[in-house]
Design a protein around this ligand. Structure first.
Ligand code: SAH
Length: 226
């Protein structure tokens, strides 16, 4: 069923239809994403609502697209890959996302996790995300304006933390706000090189363990609010 509000088509037609989205999910499967919860969430969230109208026809390509302010909506494969790492053999629980951007990944997370908090440093992007997310009515998602490197003390601890911007080192506040048994995934810049890699951090009984995963390319984690 189609529903149109504020001139936008939620159900989508042609290049923004559910069928086009199903093809995106099929590609994710071919690329090695296997978790049914992740695939189902990616099949459910209309990615075309999160990019500008002019780019809507490209919303289901496996590519990052501009969302303004020099920022990008993350590539579908990378969103799926990161969330899959967080939920492997467990539930996501209470999640903190750093870098809301247009709100797409927050919507995917909220379709999988019990509770999601997402923090963005650029106020205007946060407002845009709020507008993009409105019609999806995700009751378990809360947005906040702030510097995500400091985490979100009032809602901590988190079972899962996910960063959508590359950090130069592991943010200490986020390590502290990770619950025992919790997992954090982030793009980490390698010292002295223009290279980033996904890193999975697990908080166990005897401290934190780090696992280096795929090389990636993300916008940088920046300090302070804008
Ligand atoms: N999650 C988005 C990707 C956004 S790109 C998606 O679904 O596509 C990364 C975002 O991180 C940008 O919007 C940028 O403004 C934001 N960001 C960068 N540094 C930040 C910080 N310290 N705290 C919060 N947000 C930050």
């Amino acid at each position: 069923m189609n529903s149109t509000r504020a001139g936008r088509n939620v159900a989508g037609i042609g290049m923004t239809s559910r069928r086009t989205r199903a093809r995106m999910v099929e590609r994710l499967r071919e690329q090695g994403i296997t978790d049914a919860r992740v695939l189902e969430a990616m099949a459910g969230v209309p990615r075309h609502l999160f990019v500008e109208e002019a780019l809507a026809s490209r919303a289901y390509e496996d590519t990052a697209l501009p969302i303004g302010f020099g920022q990008t909506i993350s590539q579908p494969y990378v969103v799926a890959r990161m969330i899959e790492c967080l939920v492997q053999k467990r539930d996501a629980g209470k999640v903190l996302e750093v870098g809301t951007g247009c709100g797409y990944q927050a919507a995917v997370l909220a379709s999988i996790a019990a509770e999601v908090y997402s923090i963005e440093r650029v106020r205007e992007l946060l407002e845009r995300a709020r507008a993009n997310l409105r019609e999806l009515r995700l009751k378990n998602l809360r947005l906040a304006h702030g510097d995500g490197a400091a985490g979100l003390e009032k809602a901590a601890p988190f079972d899962s933390i996910i960063l959508a911007a590359a950090a130069p080192e592991l943010p200490q506040a986020l390590l502290r706000q990770l619950a025992p048994g919790g997992r954090m995934i982030l793009p980490l810049r390698e010292a002295g090189a223009d290279v980033q890699r996904l890193v999975l951090v697990e908080r166990g009984a005897r401290g934190y363990t780090e696992t280096a995963l795929d090389p990636v390319r993300f916008v940088p984690l920046l300090a302070g609010k804008a």
